[in-house]
Design a protein. Structure first.
Length: 86
């Protein structure tokens, strides 16, 4: 099982969105990846040292899986955080 792979679910350990769940969308090199997180759903670059990898893997192109794992809704190329009505 490779830890750094597209679709791997992880937790952000450092930075503004520390503690939030993330999904790897693209591997840039051995030190950096692009991710989408629950706090900031726009895709951006992240150091792999800032991630704690979980045993889950999803298809990052499947909007239903992203919504289930991260709780965000992707519409027309933009990501929006899903509101909790409780």
């Amino acid at each position: 099982m490779a830890l750094i792979e597209v679709g791997r679910v992880c937790i952000k350990k450092f930075g503004r969105d520390a503690g939030s769940r993330a999904v790897i969308t693209k591997i840039i090199d051995k030190n950096f990846v692009n991710i989408i997180t629950t706090e900031r759903p726009k895709e951006r670059k992240c150091n792999v040292k800032h991630l704690e990898f979980l045993g889950e893997k999803i298809d990052p192109n499947d909007k239903a899986q992203l919504q289930k794992v991260l709780g965000i809704v992707l519409e027309k190329g933009e990501a929006k955080k899903e509101k909790d009505n409780t």
